[in-house]
Ligand binder design. Structure first.
Ligand code: AMP
Length: 290
């Protein structure tokens, strides 16, 4: 595995790979890698000739009161994990390489950035869209891999690629969970003591939503009411939002049908956790992606 840190080196490497007619698969991350990231890396490794992973904690996507400085970082462990997965190139630039002092261009994907996390994290998705577009221009991938854990992010990236005609296939991978159901996240490192157990309330509430829908419930407000009641039984939990939305437009739905995303963001102690359930209506009934 080669570790590259400059834009010039990475673009030259990408041009070299492309000139040989080989395909580039790309997994952007913020590091503190876990099995969720590694599932994307393995899929990327299988589906492309050359696998590139980036590690960059992007300051532009953190609000002024958010955890940019405390965000977990462990570059040595991450490098070793990626080496073991036979990644070809690790791109790990410094902040000044991506945002030099005179930096002034940002991209916003408009409507799909507004609801859900967009309401609670102003500017977050502008930072995400900007860094993703920059990384695409630097890594020049044929395919890029994102996790459905960050469902809104993957919708925004798909919209960005469509709107700006980027010749990149976006692959969205299922949520990887701990054995007890907690969605893996670098921020789970913030869960101290009893917070770890309390964090299961997100998964349990989505399981409850699934049960209700399996029993025939279609009213979004009925599902949301039960989810909220379940979460409110956990004194360590504070809800940012729980919503039932169309999985493509992210606009609220009154009834579950088509492709429905049930998404939530909940604070457990100092950790803001997100999770979701994708419900797909098929000719033989509902399929649940939890
Ligand atoms: P992050 O390092 O948190 O920016 O995540 C990098 C990529 O890994 C994003 O596309 C995430 O959606 C994805 N990812 C993070 N956690 C998980 C998970 N538990 N399951 C699947 N994908 C994940």
């Amino acid at each position: 595995m080669k570790t590259l840190t400059t834009v010039g080196e990475m673009q030259a490497a990408a041009a070299g790979v492309r000139s040989l007619g080989r395909t580039i698969g790309f997994v952007p991350t913020m590091g503190a890698l876990h099995e969720g990231h590694l599932a994307l890396v393995r899929r990327c490794r299988q589906e492309s000739d050359v696998a590139v992973v980036s590690i960059f904690v992007n300051p532009a996507q953190f609000g002024p009161q958010e955890d940019y400085l405390n965000y977990p970082r462990d570059p040595e462990r991450d490098t070793e994990l990626l080496r073991r997965e036979s990644v070809d190139i690790l791109f790990a630039p410094l902040v000044e390489e991506i945002y030099p002092p005179d930096y002034q261009t940002y991209v916003s994907v408009e409507r799909v950035s507004e609801p859900l996390c967009g309401r609670f994290r102003p500017g977050h998705f502008r930072g995400v869209a900007t860094v993703v577009l920059k990384l695409f221009n630097i890594v020049q991938p044929h395919r890029a891999y994102f996790g459905r854990k960050d469902a809104q992010q993957s919708v925004i990236v798909q919209q960005l690629v469509r709107d700006l005609n980027l010749p990149i296939e976006i692959v969205v991978h299922p949520i990887v969970r701990e054995p007890d159901g907690l969605a893996m996240s670098s921020r789970n490192a913030y869960l101290r003591g009893e917070d770890r157990q309390a964090a299961l309330v997100l998964y349990r509430s989505l399981g409850r939503a699934r049960e209700l829908i399996e029993r025939g419930e279609r009213r979004a407000d009925a599902v949301l009411r039960e989810m909220r009641a379940l979460i409110e039984q956990e004194p360590r939990a504070r809800v940012d939002y729980i919503e039932v939305v169309d999985a493509a437009s992210l606009q609220p739905l009154a009834r579950i049908g088509g492709r429905t995303l049930i998404a939530l963001a909940v604070w457990i102690g100092g950790a803001r956790l997100i999770d979701n359930l994708l419900v797909e209506e098929t000719p033989d009934g509902f399929r649940f992606h939890l």
